[in-house]
Design a protein around this ligand. Sequence first.
Ligand code: PEP
Ligand code: MG
Length: 570
Amino acid sequence: MLKWKAIGVSEGLARAKALVIQEEDLTVVKNTVTDVAAEQQRILAAVEKAKQQIQALCDEAKQNIGESEAEIFGAHLLMLSDPDFVEGMTDYVSDEKVCAEYACFVNCENFQAMFRAMDNEYMQARAADIGDISKRVLKNLKGIGDNALDTITEPCILIANDLTPSDTAKIGGKPVVGFITRIGGRTSHSAIMARSMGVPAVAGAGDRLDDIANGDELLLDGTTGEVIIQPDEETIAAFEQKKKSEDARRAMLAQFKEREGATSDGHRVVIEGNIGTPDDAVRVAELGGEGVGLFRSEFLFMDRSDLPSEEEQFAAYKKACQTMEGKPVIIRTLDIGGDKEVPALGLEKEQNPFLGYRAIRVCLNQTDLFMTQLRALLRAAKYGDLRIMFPMISSIEEIRNAKQVLRQAKDLLAAEGAAFNPDVKIGIMVEIPVAAVCADMLAKEVDFFSIGTNDLIQYSCAVDRINEKISYLYRPLHPGVLRLIRMTAKAANENGIEVGVCGEMAGTPGMAPVLCGLGVTNLSMSASAMLAAKADLAAHSFAECRELAEKLLAAASATEAEQIFAAWRA
Ligand code: PEP
Ligand code: MG
């Protein structure tokens, strides 16, 4: 038996066998060859196999998802059948006398460069498709089989370096009861997805992950981050006991489903859910969410090689509104960059992606992209209380420029005679320290604030939110962070606008009373955290929450604040 602790990122207990997802080694070495014909034959065979694989995926997609989703595979088949594409590889082998793998790599780079240089957004986006099909050919050349994720049938706990959003999406519907990743932390996107799916997860395990072999029996606690490998009978019995009491606690929390979020003396704090897809809203509604406080719209743009059209976005936003039946649905405009990639945009890799070309900065520069989204949002706003939120705001000009594009979107829709709602509320994410410091000025420009503590902590403490080596510096209770939240909430309160928190801090056990005491009016979190947040609030009066917040604000250090918080929770 072996036991260790990493970062608990999605609460809950899980017991199952380990399924280790191997990293695919797609590195390519430039080897010279003498038998050119044999190497060319390998290419033709790998391409043929790729065609069969894609045809199978296409048939499966047609049956399980729909004709339009299957179209992308049809496009991939066409590309693979293009003689120029295949000859690009075989000719390179005969010209340069290099191995098939290297020819595949060079051919991919050449074709991608050609597509990226085209003066047409649609064609530029095809570069990602070239990447996809070349990867498939390369995997066939290297004899790398399908990802183990595709073939899960037994209950298991996944062990992986990290899980991409497409990996996590594949988990849906499969008997995956938990997962453990080498990298990441509470705010990495695989963790966020785990919480919205209600799957217990532990991240940031580092080299300890190598202790786990395929098929090992595992116990996982997604709250404490504890992992036990090959437990003995006694440990299993204790674990099962713990699971029983957790089930009892869940049953107790069920009473809060129908209740509004409020302190024991009735001070209201609206409890809402965070979602990444319109389907996630179903769980938010089922678990008594009073709205959607954050719809991360970028998830509609990730893990695909094209951009979602206005119609597709409209359908997704409309569905979320309809699911929430008139309750507020805050949809954040595209927030890409940082650890979220949108292949279709072909953005360059940056030295400091979290500080770079991301979110509103991209949208204000690529206004076509922004306009498409705003049009879809305004049209979907006819189906509920849809509100639009701009991310990564650092200045008043950005708000005014974003509102200007929104006005243009309304004018265009009106001129076309389209059905839309012009009276949507507009808000901003307060997640850059200067926005918190200038909150009194920004509050005059918008209808609501939502504090993104994931980024606010990252930027104010200068600590990369996904680097587990420095996760000890990522301290939500740092008095400096609390002061920034207080400052923002005060400005919102004084200007009569709502102020939410939609970062992971909102759903962290025990934090609801702290944030309420700081003046926050709305809390948005993963659906699985909502009931506990309501229970935490209901256990205290507003005066108690304020008193706690004052004590934490006055702490001399994060450590002191954490001690005050722990003593208060005990
Ligand atoms: C945040 O920064 O707190 C937030 C909610 O946004 P994201 O995690 O998507 O950056
Ligand atoms: Mg953010």
